[in-house]
Design a protein around this ligand. Structure first.
Ligand SMILES: [Zn+2]
Length: 327
């Protein structure tokens, strides 16, 4: 969505109000969060603008609060937004009764971070472009540890969004073919489950390839009625007799003879490809042995669902930040 420059924020003290005309102010209708998706171009055009216009944009995107009630227990008065040169983005919320000031980032994603917001947005753009922490640190003149910490906050948003929408990973169902494959990493394994009919996938970090471990993930994400294709690993045999009558139809391909059955077309290539894409990302980011690998898998799954392109990722991660940090 394009946001017209200067449409809001021209009133000197009240960013919620769109214009001052003869002393009368018109309030803008409150927009739904989902309607506001800033693109990189929107933010890039504002990033070098003055603090007031930039703050107004952040408020319209629901990334920063528009109002704040005083936190003094016997006050709770609505604070005014006031200019204050030394404050973040040149403004504070001010309670005229208690004379208390509050940061404009109070309660927001950016309130806990120690890096200036314009730098965070540049860092976020680098992150969605899969630029490694070391390169990003050099580019932005930040300590590498700071960049690593910020990346973790971005991944936390991805993990939160996935936990909010568990239905995203329901795969298969009647008439669907679901392929399953496991792929080794340096320490453990990754299971890849791919619905060839939808098409969409799921991946998780697993400690071993036992029936119990594999079944735990299969039962969680594969809907009854699916036709499941796997290799002939013994752990999958239980899929045919689950609880006496299996909810799945299970077919196997013998990988010692061929990768794709020439007669039936049976294979696990799509699931293998899904795991390879995940491992490719992990390798590019240089985090193959990271103790945070499960978080990187969440990030990959989030990218698969919400950000095929860097622009989509940038828009959606900001949208999900605005959903997670509500005011
Ligand atoms: Zn007060």
């Amino acid at each position: 969505m394009k946001i017209a420059a200067g449409a809001e924020g021209e009133c000197s003290n009240h960013l919620r109000k769109s214009q001052c005309r003869n002393g009368r102010e018109r309030r803008l209708p409150r927009r739904k969060t989902s309607e506001i998706r800033p693109s990189f171009a929107d933010l890039a055009s504002y990033i070098n603008s003055d603090d007031e216009a930039f703050l107004a944009l952040l408020q319209r995107c629901s990334l920063v609060r528009r109002n704040l009630r005083c936190k003094t227990s016997n006050c709770r008065r609505n604070c005014n937004l006031r200019r204050r040169q030394s404050a973040v983005l040149g403004h504070v919320f001010f309670c005229i009764r208690c004379r208390k000031m509050y940061s404009v980032f109070d309660g927001s994603f950016f309130g806990t971070l120690r890096v200036p917001i314009r730098t965070i947005l540049s860092l976020l753009w680098n992150w969605v472009c899969e630029i490694r922490a070391g390169s990003s640190a050099m580019h932005l003149g930040l300590p590498r540890q700071t960049v690593i910490r910020q990346h973790k906050y971005f991944r936390d948003v991805c993990s939160w969004k996935l936990s909010e929408q568990p239905d995203l990973f329901l795969l298969g169902g009647p008439g669907h073919v679901v392929q399953i494959d496991e792929s080794p990493t340096k320490q453990k394994w990754i299971i890849g489950i791919y619905d060839c009919t939808s098409p969409k996938g799921y991946a998780a970090y697993i400690p071993d390839r036992s029936s119990e471990t594999l079944l735990q993930h299969i039962l969680k994400v594969v809907l009854p009625g699916s036709e499941i294709w796997t290799d002939e690993l013994q752990s999958y045999r239980c899929l045919s007799v689950l609880g006496g009558v299996s909810p799945y139809t299970h077919k196997t391909v013998n990988h010692s003879r061929y990768f794709r059955d020439p007669m039936t077309g049976l294979c696990t290539n799509r699931a293998e490809g899904y795991c390879s894409r995940l491992k490719g990302m992990i390798r590019r980011l240089g985090v193959m042995q990271s103790p945070f690998l499960p978080e990187y898998i969440d990030m990959f799954l989030w990218w698969q669902h919400f950000g095929r392109t860097a622009a989509d990722r940038f828009r959606n991660v900001l949208l999900h930040i605005s959903e997670k940090y509500t005011f």
